[in-house]
Design a protein around this ligand. Structure first.
Ligand code: SF4
Length: 411
């Protein structure tokens, strides 16, 4: 599915203070010609990529200041993959999507195994850029994690290894940065960084921009976040520091019946494509990871990536309207705001994320599994306990009602 957004108006509205100069040329910095024929890495003049049969031309951008050109669209692989022959992976690859994003936790290892088989079928590891992640919260676990990932993927190196879903600044202490340097020196990964779903993303990005040693950050970014001044400043800081930025959760999804109320209209793009174009319009973002779970979505996203048409002011305006109309159903994951107002530990952001998986993506099994992994006491709270959380929520979400909805659907 397509998952993203941004703005492309010549004069950004005052409500979007952080989104200004980058609303210029969506793909101006992208190399459209022949991108698919050098799909992977190309360190300043040194292409490690073997020639590919792809003839598509997904634009590329430099990942941070690494000197490495990467495609602006990558395939997320948290969805169910066919371990024998996965037609979505093959189609995406043929179309020039040569960057696959995975993690030890995806499909409880099945994502890695399916990609390993795909690599065998492709027959040349260097034709694919591979990111994997470990959720281990300590150095030894991250060490073990990359070895497990390499074994499961059947490769001897990753292109990018991420500490998965971190929200603690401690993970940017010297010992973790030294680990990244060590793994790169050992040739186990070319680049090192982290992903962040929730909470501390602004603080983490600001710290990463200062400490060095973080090559890339994957973070939640979509058309709903453009008015977030602090986040925009953190993005600026990382961009200036040469940290590569990868956007995820770019669709900012809410249930489809709610989106349909807004009635997005465009002669050029579907709503999903417009959301992607919107993020690519931000020149600070190097690539988007999108979980494309059907050939149709691969085609749609690839078409959007290839299109040189920017969003019109009217299309951008419609996205702004959609963001405003559906804000109450779109959790940004800023759990440091709401969860700290509750006297005990309640998993508000995680619960709303799993509810999104169920309501928006139709991932009923995954949503239920992950919801049920939350201890019962952390899933629920009374209206009185959540009163202050509702007051501080920037999206105006009716948190008690949404937690009740999650219980109905997922418990
Ligand atoms: S419920 Fe509101 S405050 Fe809490 S994480 Fe979601 S958007 Fe942020």
């Amino acid at each position: 599915m397509a998952e993203d957004c941004d703005i492309d108006t010549p004069e950004p509205p005052p409500s979007e203070p952080g989104r200004r100069r980058f609303l210029k040329t969506a793909l101006a910095s992208a190399t459209t010609a022949g991108a698919a024929s050098l799909p992977l890495l190309g360190v300043a003049g040194e292409s490690t990529a073997a020639p590919t049969t792809s003839t598509t031309g997904i634009p590329s951008r430099e990942l941070g200041s690494s000197g490495i050109q990467v495609p602006i669209l990558q395939l997320g692989t948290a969805q169910r993959l066919d371990p024998r022959y996965d037609k979505v992976m093959h189609r995406a690859f043929q179309e020039g999507v040569t960057w696959f994003d995975t993690a030890l936790s995806y499909g409880w290892g099945s994502s890695h195994r399916a990609i390993a088989n795909f690599l065998t079928q492709v027959g040349d590891r260097k034709r694919l850029w591979l990111t994997s992640k470990s959720g281990a919260g300590n150095v030894s676990g991250l060490h073990k994690g990359i070895d497990e990932a390499l074994a499961e993927l059947g490769t001897d190196y990753l292109d990018l290894y991420l500490m998965h879903g971190i929200d603690n600044l401690r993970m940017l202490d010297r010992e973790y940065l030294a680990l990244g340097e060590e793994l790169k020196a050992q040739g186990k990964t070319r680049l090192f960084g982290f992903s962040c779903h929730d909470g501390n993303v602004v603080a983490l990005m600001n710290r990463a921009a200062q400490v060095g040693g973080i090559d890339a950050i994957m973070f939640r970014y979509n058309f709903r976040r453009y008015g977030d001044l602090e986040l925009n400043r953190a993005i600026d800081a990382c961009h200036r520091a040469g940290v590569g930025l990868i956007a995820m959760k770019t669709q900012g999804s809410v249930p489809r019946d709610l989106e349909s109320v807004a009635g997005f209209r465009s002669e050029n793009f579907t709503l999903g494509q417009a959301k992607l174009k919107s993020v690519w319009a931000d020149e600070r973002i190097d690539s988007i990871v999108s979980e494309m779970d059907s050939v149709r979505f691969v085609r749609e996203n690839v078409d959007a990536a290839r299109s040189e048409k920017p969003l019109t002011a009217e299309e951008s305006h419609q996205l702004n309207q959609l963001a405003a109309l559906t804000a109450g159903y779109a959790c940004n994951g800023c759990k440091h705001l709401c969860e700290q107002t509750v006297a005990r530990d309640v998993a508000i952001a995680d619960t709303l994320r799993y509810l999104m998986y169920f309501e928006c993506y139709g991932k009923t099994g995954r949503a239920r599994d992950q919801y049920r992994a939350i201890p019962v006491a952390r899933r629920e709270a009374s209206d009185a306990e959540l009163q202050h959380a509702c007051q501080v929520c920037p999206q105006g979400i009716d948190i008690p009602a949404r937690l009740r909805r999650a219980r109905e659907l997922l418990a």
